[in-house]
Design a protein around this ligand. Structure first.
Ligand code: TRP
Length: 332
């Protein structure tokens, strides 16, 4: 018998176009898992609603943009299921059943919840849905019986909660779900062009969809070491956002760049030229894929629709099993 592939589920909230931080930290990793695993990649639009409920109408455009980025980064609909959460209502049903068995304190003490409630003051987060965010995430994972969940460090509390909810469910109703494990993604440190965290809201991002001209402009005007004012000045690569990009895009040249920057032989303009060459080389195949996808009008949406249908088949089957485990046979 052929070895069954393990199932992976991961997801992203549709925030619109993605930057190279997402590419290097998430998408490249997802793309590399597609052969070894049975992959489900979810557009978590209901998760976005937990805080962006007032902007729900913006989500469709964001989903479309994100799907094109996913595809240009190498997610392959022939290999993986790419789907939209709200198109699979079984997630909501499982979320409801899991919410019955999730003690409130598990949610109230979740570090991501506490942090966001304390730090985000410009949004109303005092909602039932926001507190239940990790329960919804547990439903996403468990409904596909995923056993592996690739995530960044920040999502660990949610996967741990998923494991606890999973154990509780299995103890109460029988062994329905495999207990999922997280798979950490190595996230290279990429700063925005101004040296702060790369983020759309800071206007310092290099987007996956940027043209060559955009990239040139952004690198040309990117901050470097503020103490290296003119040619010949000694630089401090470890506090330079351009150097951090060199570490990602030109790892082979990094020792030399470091030495020449620190001694002052290398000036920032030449350093940036060398980086641009590598960056553009790396972005070329992505741009080509994007152009191919965009040339077929409506293709990204069609891929999501087909993926959502596939996801629904699995979710329906597993949900039938869940209902029977909870209520017994012939409940309704
Ligand atoms: N909460 C995740 C994030 O903000 C997105 C997400 C939703 C997710 N459902 C998921 C991640 C299931 C992994 C598994 O990044």
């Amino acid at each position: 018998m052929a070895l069954l592939k393990k199932t992976i589920l991961s997801g992203m909230r549709p925030t619109g176009k993605l930057h190279i931080g997402h590419l290097l930290g998430v998408l490249n990793n997802w793309a590399s898992l597609q052969d070894e695993y049975n992959c489900y990649f979810e557009v978590a639009d209901w998760h976005a609603l937990t805080s962006e409920f007032a902007g729900a109408r913006q989500l469709s455009a964001n989903i479309r943009e994100m799907a094109v980025d996913w595809l240009s980064a190498g997610l392959d609909p022939e290999k993986s299921v790419m789907f939209v959460q709200s198109g699979v209502p079984e997630h909501a049903e499982l979320h409801l059943l899991l919410s019955m068995i999730t003690p409130l304190p598990w949610l109230e003490r979740c570090p991501t919840y506490k942090e966001q409630i304390n730090e985000i003051k410009d949004k109303d987060l005092s909602n039932y849905g926001f507190l239940g965010y990790p329960v919804l995430q547990a439903a996403d994972i468990l409904i596909y019986k995923a056993s592996v969940v690739p995530i960044g460090q920040d999502q660990l509390p949610h996967v741990e909660l998923t494991r606890e909810i999973c154990r509780r469910f299995n103890n109460l109703y029988g062994n329905v779900f495999p207990e999922p494990v997280h798979l950490f993604t190595k996230v290279p440190k990429v700063l925005g062009t101004d040296g702060r965290k790369m983020s759309k809201s800071y206007n310092n991002s290099i987007f996956i969809s940027d043209t060559q001209e955009d990239c040139v402009k952004k690198i040309k005007t990117a901050f470097t070491d503020p103490q290296k004012m003119r040619k010949g000045d000694k630089g401090h690569p470890d506090c330079c956002p351009v150097f951090m990009l060199q570490e990602v895009y030109a790892p082979g040249q990094v020792p030399e760049i470091r030495k020449d920057c620190e001694s002052g032989v290398l000036n920032c303009v030449d350093c940036k030229k060398a980086l641009l060459e590598e960056l553009l080389k790396a972005m070329d195949p992505i741009r080509e894929k994007r152009e191919k996808i965009l040339a077929q009008k409506g293709r990204a949406e069609e891929i999501l629709r087909e993926g959502t249908k596939k996801a629904e088949i699995t979710a329906k089957k597993n949900m039938a099993e869940v209902r029977e485990a909870v209520f017994g046979k012939n409940h309704v």
